[in-house]
Ligand binder design. Structure first.
Ligand code: SAM
Length: 269
C-alpha cells in the first residue's frame, strides 16, 4: 500500500520516465542523486545512462524491496566487473533532507519529489550546492510555475527569486496527474534548474538581500515604501537613490533591482 504521508505517487509510463532523463541531460560521466527512488522505475533508466546513481529512500519497506530486486539482477549479470547498471546503483536508506550533499563529487539531482517536502528539498540542495550542477525535479505544476515566473506576474515571489538567484530554471513539460499511481490531486511539471557557478547577482550581504526580498513580499499588495519600513526608517530615500519609485510593489522588482536596493541599505548602515 503506498504511504500517502510520504508523498508516494509512482510513475510507470516509460515514455514519461525517458523524457525526464532526457530533460536532465545525463551523460555517462555524471553522478546522479535520485531522491525517493520508490519502486525504482526512474532509477533503472538513470543507471542505464549515468556513471553512478545514488538513490536515497526513506521508506524502509520500499528500500528493502528495491535493494533485493537490484541484488537479484546483479547476481544474474555476467559483467560483474563493470561499473554499469545495475552495479552503479548505490541505494541508501535515509532522509534526503539530511543527506550531506556537500561531500559528494560534482553531481546532478533527478527526482520525482515527494510533495510534502518540495520546498525544503529545494532549499536544502541550494544550501549544500557546492558540487551541485543541476536539478531536474518533478513537482506540483503550481510550484514549478512559481519558480520560473518573471517580475510583474501573479506568482512571482520569494521562491522565484531564491531559485533564480542561484540557477536558471526552465519548465520542461507537464505531467497530468493521471500518469501517477495513486493519482494525486494536482498535475505536475518537470523543471530543470542549471546551477550557476556564481549567483546571478553579487550582493554585499546575502542575508540582508533575502531579508529584504521576504519582507517586501510579506505584504505584496503594499507599496515598497510601506512594506519595507521594518528594514529601514529611511527606506523611501534609499529606494529613490536606488532608482526605484517608492510606490512600486515587490512583484515589479527584478533580482538586479533587489540587489541594488540591498547594497544601498547595507551602505546606509
Ligand atoms: N521515484 C519514484 C517514481 O517516480 O515512481 C517514486 C516517487 S514518489 C513521488 C516519492 C518517493 O520519495 C517515495 O518513494 C517516498 O517513499 C520517498 N520519500 C519520501 N520522503 C522522503 C525523504 N525525506 N527522503 C527520501 N525519500 C523520501
Amino acid at each position: 500500500m503506498p504511504k500517502k504521508y510520504l508523498g508516494q505517487n509512482f510513475l510507470f509510463d516509460p515514455s514519461i520516465l525517458h523524457r525526464i532523463v532526457e530533460a536532465a541531460d545525463i551523460t555517462h560521466n555524471d553522478t546522479v542523486v535520485e531522491i525517493g527512488p520508490g519502486l525504482g522505475t526512474l532509477t533503472k533508466i538513470l543507471a542505464g545512462v549515468a556513471k553512478k546513481v545514488i538513490a536515497i529512500e526513506l521508506d524502509l519497506e520500499l528500500y528493502t524491496k528495491l535493494k533485493e530486486e537490484i541484488e537479484k539482477i546483479k547476481s544474474s549479470h555476467p559483467f560483474t566487473h563493470l561499473p554499469i547498471y545495475p552495479f552503479n546503483i548505490e541505494l541508501i536508506h535515509g532522509d534526503a533532507l539530511k543527506y550531506p550533499y556537500e561531500e559528494l563529487e560534482p553531481f546532478k539531482v533527478v527526482a520525482n519529489i515527494p510533495y510534502y517536502i518540495t520546498t525544503p528539498i529545494i532549499f536544502r540542495l541550494i544550501e549544500t550546492r557546492k558540487n551541485l550542477k543541476s536539478m531536474t525535479l518533478t513537482i506540483q505544476k503550481e510550484v514549478a510555475q512559481r519558480i520560473v515566473r518573471k517580475p510583474n506576474t501573479k506568482d512571482y515571489g520569494v521562491l522565484s527569486i531564491a531559485v533564480q538567484y542561484y540557477g536558471k530554471p526552465e519548465l520542461k513539460f507537464i505531467i497530468p496527474k493521471g500518469a501517477f499511481r495513486p493519482v494525486p490531486k494536482v498535475d505536475s511539471a518537470v523543471i530543470h534548474i542549471e546551477i550557476y557557478e556564481k549567483p546571478k547577482v553579487i550582493v554585499a550581504d546575502e542575508k540582508l538581500f533575502f531579508r529584504i526580498v521576504k519582507t517586501a513580499f510579506a505584504q505584496r499588495r503594499k507599496t515598497l515604501s510601506n512594506s519595507l519600513k521594518p528594514i529601514s526608517k529611511d527606506i523611501k530615500e534609499i529606494l529613490i537613490n536606488a532608482g526605484i519609485e517608492p510606490i512600486r510593489r515587490a512583484e515589479t522588482l527584478s533580482i538586479e533591482e533587489f540587489a541594488r536596493l540591498s547594497d544601498l541599505v547595507k551602505n546606509a548602515g
